[in-house]
Design a protein around this ligand. Structure first.
Ligand SMILES: Cc1cc2nc3c(=O)[nH]c(=O)nc-3n(C[C@H](O)[C@H](O)[C@H](O)COP(=O)(O)O)c2cc1C
Length: 172
């Protein structure tokens, strides 16, 4: 099986937001799609080692901030390459909170969801979730996972040494 063929199934890029009761948590996700429009339902797949996934399992709700092509690459480095277990990722960006769910102040749109079904696989947990609210926040073209992988990832990787240094300092 040529699993690279699956890269042709492309998605957008989002900042997933939730909370662990004391603080907001989050990660980068691309495995998101709308699967029904009555009611409005989306599917989200989280890796089982994601701390954000654990929080969503506990509190049953999350936000998605839709990223545009002009997103600051630091945002993807910050949310996608370190875990909320060790870092308060939202402290490094401008954000707002609604019903305990954090979302980016600057993004194309925000979607708030509540989980109505869960399916656990060996690697990932699939959340089926009803959209409780959503709105557009900016104009622009959504970033796709294809664009991220083929060109934007290089810009994101430039921020990784900074992030790792900061973590070492925090740990030390
Ligand atoms: C472009 C990109 C796409 C990603 N897509 C997903 C995804 O769909 N689901 C997921 O669980 N993790 C995805 N990740 C990985 C998580 O963002 C990453 O493991 C993060 O550090 C998890 O943080 P957490 O432990 O705070 O939840 C993606 C990362 C990047 C950079």
């Amino acid at each position: 099986m040529q699993t690279d063929a699956l890269y042709n199934l492309t998605h957008g890029i989002y900042i997933l937001g939730s909370n662990d009761d004391k603080r907001p948590v989050g990660s980068v996700v691309d495995a998101v799609m709308q699967v029904a429009d009555k009611p409005l339902v989306i599917a989200l797949s989280c890796r089982n080692n994601s701390f954000t996934k654990n929080c969503i399992e506990k509190n049953g709700s999350f936000s998605l901030s839709v990223l545009g092509q002009d997103v600051n690459p630091f945002i993807i480095a910050n949310f996608g390459f370190q875990s909320s277990i060790n870092v308060d990722k939202w402290n490094s960006v401008e954000y707002l909170t609604e019903n305990g769910l954090p979302y980016l102040k600057e993004c194309l749109a925000v979607v708030f969801c509540k989980v109505v079904g869960t399916e656990i696989f060996e690697s990932n947990t699939l959340f089926v979730a009803e959209v409780t609210d959503c709105r557009s926040l900016g104009s622009g073209t959504p970033m796709t996972y294809f664009e991220y992988r083929t060109s934007f990832k290089n810009e994101v990787l430039k921020f990784l040494p900074n992030i790792l240094n900061k973590k070492e300092k925090n740990n030390g």
